[in-house]
Write a protein that binds this ligand. Sequence first.
Ligand code: UT7
Length: 366
Amino acid sequence: MPLYAHITGWGMAVPETVLTNLELEKIVETSNDWIISHSGIHERRIADESQTTSSLASDAAIKALEMANVHPSNVDLLIVATSSPDQIFPSTASIVQDKIGANKAGAFDLSAACTGFIYALETASNAIRSGSIQSALVIGAETLSRFINWQDRNTCILFGDGAGAFVLQARETPGGFLASILRSDGSGADLLSLPAGGSKIPATEKTVKNGQHYIQMKGREVFRFATRVMAQSTLEVIQKANLQLEDIQLIVPHQANQRIIETAAKSLNLPLEKFVVNIEHYGNTSTASIPIAICEAVQNNRIKAGDKIVCVAFGAGLTWGAAAIQWSEPLPTKRKIYPSRYRWLVRLRSTWLRWWRHIEGWIWGK
Ligand code: UT7
């Protein structure tokens, strides 16, 4: 029997702190009107000092697991798509694995910028469809506010923090993840980047003085590229899934700029109502924007079990891609599982493992 990868749980987490355009007016030379008319953004969420990419990712993951009724220790694979990991290494996925108690999961980060969630969905779905694993947790999480130059009005108005997570499970019933297309063009690497802190330009006093540890973007070029690939990728993935545009109930685009979404709608000859747009509240949360938009659309009854949707994204790399999904619902189970209630136990386990390492070191050291 062929296997299908169904999305059986979903959850999102955003920081409570809201940064409005009016507040930004006080920090940098911009205006509420300019930001709204050029991007559609009214406000964005900013992580407080205690929050990190891994903490937002873990909060979203716990909600997704709770909905899917899956115990963290039954997760086989955990992927965190992010461009703002807690550290270069270890992977944020490993930190999340420890934070949620997914003690039998392989864990790794996936770096494909704002397209990362689609790349991660494709990777996890293929592992499930091949029969290699039964369940996966796919998370898109960002705290890009930590890499923003608040004096650069070209970038600081755009980005926000947040996370969204999906639980994927193997089923024999057709549906779930239907098809995807993934693309990349590294010749556009300089259009959107964070130049310093990697092996090419290690962090030094000079890189910090030059602001090379901040996001740098050629906005107009990225805009042109985005408007080219959004409609085209949507049509390509629909064709790959053997569907027609009319079969698609809703399109969930990466929330980068309302004008980019409107251009895509025009190119596809579709009304804007066919698109999920929540950029006004969150800004561009990069790879978290699609799962967050989907969580809200499901909550607002715009996506129901059986609906066919297309997610489409673009970002640094350059990367772009799209996924066609037939929406599912949580699998029926006999016993309700509450992963959030085990969080203290998971912390205790992690503390114990750290202590045990100390004790081992002490014994072997002697
Ligand atoms: O996830 C992928 C991430 N990136 C993107 O998706 C970004 C794609 N690009 C964009 O969304 C748009 O290019 C922006 C919103 C970033 C900028 O909008 P634009 O319509 O392309 O503006 P522009 O860069 O062409 O700038 C127009 C004018 C310039 O002034 P001059 O040179 O015409 O006098 C800018 O200096 O607007 C000025 N400007 C601003 N003014 C007020 C640029 N940023 C601001 C600002 N407030 N925040």
